[in-house]
Design a protein around this ligand. Structure first.
Ligand code: ADP
Ligand code: LRH
Length: 481
């Protein structure tokens, strides 16, 4: 059978990676070639991304990939909502702000009052989160917007640097809260009402669109001569959901577990009912015209920031937390107090416990255990809400992403939700990215993307109330850490 090679670039909020994928005969082999840290850079009273540093790491990863022979295509995915502004000559205007920047304090509340909560949700079906692109644009200085010609979301910006295309890909465009899930285009009335120049917003393309050849200088710098740039599902969560190893069309949910816990179901159509709005559920675009009906839960971010404050090791913290008994204090992880970065994160967790009259966790393992118990409980609540809104029972929960390596959280989640948790693959985002590219090149014919993921992944099942048990192991995949 024909085998093709593709390169996926997955930029997460806490780390980035460049991987080589080899696809053929219904199998995918993933080799991570390059890993690098990512995170916010505090500067000038704000918080930005080091987007040029990320670009340098991308070039380095592509150079490593070129050593492996002919590459058919390259594609980038990243976290959602953040963007760069280009002038008419394609020059990046200023920095790329981080979605946790203090520049957004109070902006969503103001815009929601001005435009109306019902109007915004009715036009977009997107969860109210203070960092949606809609509010970020409202926080811009008018001069910067006036100088701008095109807004490109982070993966679109990297695609532009790779090949010169100035377009936006659908899955990530849907996260802006400026996208109409019914028409599949921009929500123009809302765009106008928010005072955003229409010309700023690029044409929307499908995941799997061939964006063109590499720029000559990029091809020369990296040695990747013949590769095409193919847009994957550029929203990392969309690529991860595409690679959830589920079978069948309903009755299962997923958690894309990393900096965030994205908890949801795949729906054939957007759900903008009053019940969905009351639960503040989001309707993001998936591949193949599907909707990712999900909710952002604060996720391992709280642990990441605690770990940073303590300068500790993840594995040690999780081992310590696993040794503690159940039934300790819990917080609401989605409380806005946990959103901003800060070395006072452990103190914020303690304050939340104290404020709700519970015992205060003291040691790092106690604090981590409190956060994990709280995440598991929150995931269970969201599943109940999803069942109520969709009218479909959820019998299995698939956990993918970096957080799926945490046996403790997986078991706590199975216990709290009362459903079996199938954990893995860790690199679901890379797999979804690679397989959308491969499908566009014709090398997934005869298989669904999920068939290929299942055949190529190691999975582990956690049963409620039962100590971790190894599930059937599949061979055929290399997903090294
Ligand atoms: P993102 O894409 O948001 O940057 P990842 O999918 O890379 O996130 O996942 C990062 C998270 O994975 C970390 O917050 C960490 O809690 C978790 N993680 C990484 N390694 C392990 C491990 N060995 N055990 C448990 N959790 C882990
Ligand atoms: C996860 C993610 C999530 C968004 C957030 C900004 O990486 O893309 O889906 O809501 O980052």
């Amino acid at each position: 059978a024909e085998v093709t090679r593709h390169v996926a670039i997955d930029l997460g909020a806490s780390s980035g990676r460049v991987a080589l994928g080899t696809v053929g005969g219904g199998r995918l082999t993933v080799e991570v070639l390059h890993r690098f840290p990512n995170g916010g850079v505090p500067v000038n009273g704000g918080l930005q991304w080091d987007v040029l540093g990320l670009w340098r790491e991308v070039l380095r990863g592509l150079t490593l990939a070129a050593a492996h022979g002919e590459i058919a295509s390259v594609g980038v995915n990243s976290w959602a909502v953040d963007y760069g502004l280009l002038d008419a000559h394609g020059e990046l205007l200023g920095g790329v702000h981080h979605y946790r920047s203090p520049r957004l304090d109070g902006v969503m509340e103001r815009i929601r009052a001005e435009l109306g909560e019902g109007a915004i949700y009715g036009a977009t079906g997107i969860q109210f989160l203070p960092f949606n692109t809609l509010y970020q644009l409202a926080a811009e200085r008018p001069e910067r917007v006036a100088a701008a010609d095109t807004l490109l979301l982070v993966p679109d910006l990297l695609h532009f640097w790779l090949c010169g295309a100035r377009v936006t890909e659908r899955t990530n465009a849907s996260t802006t809260q400026l996208y109409d899930p019914h028409s599949g285009g921009w929500a123009w009335e809302l765009v106008d009402a928010a005072g955003i120049p229409r010309a700023l917003l690029p044409r929307i393309v499908e995941p799997g669109t061939d964006l063109g050849p590499l720029r000559l200088e990029v091809a020369a710098e990296t040695g990747l001569g013949a590769a095409r740039v193919i847009a994957p599902a550029t929203h990392d969560t969309a690529s991860a959901v595409a690679a959830v190893p589920a079978t069948g069309e309903g009755g299962w949910a997923y958690v894309s577990s990393g900096t965030w816990s994205l908890v949801g179901v795949e729906s054939p159509r957007p759900v903008l009912t009053d019940a969905a709005r009351a639960l503040n559920l989001t309707n993001e675009a998936g591949i193949g015209g599907t909707t990712r009906l999900l909710k952002n839960v604060m996720g391992l971010w709280i642990v990441q920031e605690c770990r940073r404050a303590w300068n500790a090791d993840f594995a040690e913290l999780y081992a310590g937390a696993a040794a503690l008994p159940a039934g300790g204090p819990v917080i609401d992880p989605d409380d806005a107090r946990f959103l901003a970065p800060g070395t006072d994160m452990p103190a914020r967790v303690q304050a939340a416990c104290r404020g709700s009259g519970q015992p205060v966790p003291r040691t790092p393992p106690e604090i981590v255990r409190c956060v994990l118990d709280s995440l598991a409980q929150r995931i269970a609540e969201v599943l109940d809400g999803l069942e109520a809104v969709t009218g479909t029972a959820i019998h299995t929960l698939y956990v993918v992403g970096g957080g799926s390596q945490g046996d403790l959280l997986n078991q706590l989640t199975a216990d709290a939700t009362g459903r079996p948790v199938v954990a893995g693959p860790v690199e679901a985002t890379l797999m979804g990215n690679l397989l959308v590219q491969a499908r566009a090149c014709g090398s997934v014919a005869g298989y669904t993307i999920r068939d290929v993921v299942r055949a190529s992944s190691d999975l582990q099942t956690f049963v409620p109330g039962v100590a971790p048990a190894r599930a059937t192991r599949h061979t055929g995949a290399e997903v090294p850490r």
